[in-house]
Design a protein around this ligand. Structure first.
Ligand code: SIN
Ligand code: FE2
Length: 206
């Protein structure tokens, strides 16, 4: 495990092969209900290089207007499917947050050219809740910065089955994905990488 004093943790290969396969199957079922979509970025309208969908009462979306949470899928207009119990179990086991997450954002990196530029997750109201990040499939070259955009960054490989937790001050670390090591895993039938992030969006009512 790699941990820092500000609340970042990397648990390499936390899930065994069967656990990873179970999550891949769950994502397949979720995507039947809530198809993967290629969002565009606000203002520029430039498309992301990855496809996204969600589970949960809240789903993260992007369009020309803004980045935001939505109660419904932007294409189907239907509520997102529920977060599967196996994912809630991981959240309860690996975070000490007393409430369940409301969003599971699912990113699909299909292969060469799929990346995610350095950003912070800051569209949530519940900034005190951690973010739990699960990797499946091809290894990602992950980039981790600090609390300010100009802080030094480092990059390291994140393998299939690895889990990262961004808690405490590290909840607001800049982060991104430089690229995949395409072909490094055989977990997904068509290759590529799935990334799941569990997030609390609204502040729980006391
Ligand atoms: C994200 O920042 O939303 C996902 C990062 C990743 O793919 O690991
Ligand atoms: Fe993020």
């Amino acid at each position: 495990m790699i941990a820092d004093a500000e609340g970042f943790r990397l648990l390499p290969d936390h899930l065994d092969r069967a656990g990873q396969q179970e999550l891949v199957a769950l994502v397949g079922a979720l995507a039947q209900e809530a198809p993967f979509t290629r969002y565009v970025m606000p203002r520029t309208g430039r498309p992301f290089s990855i496809d996204m969908t969600n589970a949960g009462s809240q789903g993260w979306i992007a369009d020309r207007q803004s980045y935001r949470y939505s109660l419904v899928h932007p294409v189907t207009g239907r509520p997102w499917p529920a977060i599967p119990p196996a994912l809630l179990d991981l959240w309860r086991a690996l975070t000490d947050y007393p409430h369940d997450p409301e969003c599971c954002l699912i990113n699909h990196y299909r292969g060469e050219g799929a990346r995610l530029s350095l950003h912070r997750d800051e569209d949530e109201e519940a900034m005190d809740a951690p973010i739990l990040n699960i990797s499946l499939g091809d290894t990602a070259i992950f980039r981790l910065g600090g609390l300010r955009r100009n802080d030094p960054t480092r990059s390291f490989p994140v393998t299939s089955g690895s889990i990262m937790v961004f808690a405490g001050p590290a909840r607001l670390y800049y982060h991104g994905v430089d690229r995949l090591r395409v072909g490094s895993s055989r977990l997904l039938p068509d290759g590529g990488r799935l990334n799941l992030t569990l997030r609390r969006v609204t502040r729980p009512t006391p």
